[in-house]
Structures are given as structure tokens and as C-alpha cells.
Design a protein around this ligand. Structure first.
Ligand code: SF4
Ligand code: SF4
Length: 120
């Protein structure tokens, strides 16, 4: 069991959760972060700091979020990352899980951009 990150992180990806993770088990993709399913020690710190409520215990997800349990787990297989033992902050962002790569733009990000456009 571990925590997972859901679609709310897509295109937000501010990295707040990575600052508090004591074992550096949150890894950077191009559009979102992913939690390693076996390196996570379930401390829950990341869940408390996420500004968009994107983090869940994997046994508390809604039916709509269920796919993100699979996505967080598969991410480390499809990228070939395996179990590195900690995120290397100096490495460039890895590719995303194919489902995330193909996901539409995050609604929150689009709304923010539109509002900023109106205010300029
Ligand atoms: S629950 Fe704790 S160990 Fe797991 S990803 Fe969040 S901060 Fe890291
Ligand atoms: S704190 Fe939330 S939005 Fe920020 S990177 Fe982590 S999961 Fe994504």
C-alpha cells in the first residue's frame, strides 16, 4: 500500500509534496509527479500539503481515481525507472505514463491562464 497522485496534479506539478517527503519517493514526470508504490512509507505528509488535493491513500480512492493507482504503479515500469531508491532532483523530468501524456489540459490550469489573459 502507498499513497497515489491523481489527475489534479497534471500541469500543476508545483513540487510542494516533494519538499516534505522524507524518503524522496515522489518522482517527476513531464506533466505530473508519481509516488513510488513500494518506496513510500505512508507517512501522509505529502497529502497534507498538496494545494489541489491530488494525493490519496490508495485504498481510499474514488472509482474515478482508481485508474491512478494503476498509473502510479505502472509509471515505474513503463519508464524503466524501477526502484531507484529516491528521486534525483538534478535529473531532467522523465516521460509520463502514456495515459497522462495523452490527457487533456488540466481544467484549473486552463482557467488560470484564461483569467490571467483577461487581466492583462
Ligand atoms: S506518504 Fe510520505 S513517504 Fe509516501 S509519498 Fe507521501 S511524503 Fe513520501
Ligand atoms: S503537491 Fe500536489 S500539485 Fe504539487 S506536485 Fe505534489 S501532487 Fe502535484
Amino acid at each position: 500500500m502507498a499513497l497515489i497522485i491523481n489527475a489534479e496534479c497534471i500541469d500543476i506539478k508545483d513540487g510542494e509534496c516533494t519538499v516534505v517527503c522524507p524518503v524522496d519517493c515522489i518522482y517527476e514526470g513531464t506533466r505530473m509527479f508519481y509516488i513510488h508504490p513500494t518506496e513510500c512509507i505512508e507517512c501522509g505528509l505529502c497529502e497534507s500539503v498538496c494545494p489541489v488535493d491530488a494525493i490519496r491513500y490508495d485504498d481510499e480512492v474514488t472509482p474515478e481515481e482508481e485508474i491512478y493507482v494503476t498509473i502510479n504503479r505502472e509509471y515505474f515500469e513503463v519508464t524503466g525507472l524501477g526502484s531507484p531508491g529516491g528521486w534525483d532532483r538534478t535529473a531532467p523530468a522523465a516521460i509520463d505514463h502514456p495515459i497522462v501524456a495523452a490527457a487533456p489540459p488540466n481544467k484549473t490550469t486552463v482557467e488560470t491562464a484564461l483569467n490571467e489573459g483577461k487581466n492583462t
